[in-house]
Design a protein around this ligand. Structure first.
Ligand code: HEC
Length: 161
């Protein structure tokens, strides 16, 4: 009976981590040039959900720095980064995933934020409390990254010569 109890307890403790197949920010494997081959979630991204992430200020806020297909109606399309209209031709899925997770691997010193990274941040604080952050969460979650990768793959306008 006791043995069974121990087994059950162990099962309950292990279950959550077994259920979530998500790759944690610290476990992401970057390949050459900062590409990330493996999906973070194993669940295919949804381009429509990605559009919401990209164009929502409190989420990806990509439109603050980039223009892309279908973003023309947004106020003040960003021109800090390159237009994303043909990125599907320039980058593979793995490269796009790497750029969104942590663009610093591909573009050294870039101003583009790392959206799925918790390392190497400069003394992050806990809001405006003046205290150190308790737990640092990435800017976006794993599925939001995959949704953005799906969206970026739809940006396939011909490249300008
Ligand atoms: C603060 C501005 C900023 C934000 C916000 C931003 N980016 Fe960027 N992004 C850049 C800059 C600048 C570059 C060019 C890389 C460099 O610094 O040389 C870039 C490059 C890229 C590239 C490669 C484009 C190319 O043609 O080489 C992709 C793809 C990209 N960003 C996607 C995104 C997505 C998706 C988001 C939102 C989740 C986002 N960016 C948010 C500034 C930004």
């Amino acid at each position: 009976m006791r043995k069974l109890f121990v087994l059950c307890t162990a099962g309950m403790v292990m279950l959550p981590s077994m259920l979530s197949a998500e790759t944690a920010p610290g476990d992401v494997v970057f390949g050459e040039l900062g590409a990330v081959e493996a999906s973070l979630t194993g669940t295919a991204g949804d381009a429509e959900a990605g559009l919401k992430v990209a164009t929502t200020k409190s989420l990806g806020n990509c439109m603050a720095c980039h223009v892309a297909e279908g973003w023309a109606d947004l106020p003040l399309p960003g021109n800090i980064g390159p237009a994303l209209t043909s990125v599907a031709h320039r980058y593979t899925e793995a490269e796009l995933r790497g750029i969104v997770i942590n663009s610093k691997h591909m573009f050294e010193g870039t101003v583009m934020p790392s959206f799925y990274n918790v390392d190497g941040l400069i003394r992050p604080g806990d809001g405006y409390t003046g205290k150190a952050a308790k737990e640092i969460a990435p800017l976006l979650n794993a599925q939001q990254i995959e949704d953005l990768v799906a969206l970026l793959q739809t940006f396939d306008e011909p490249e300008e010569e």
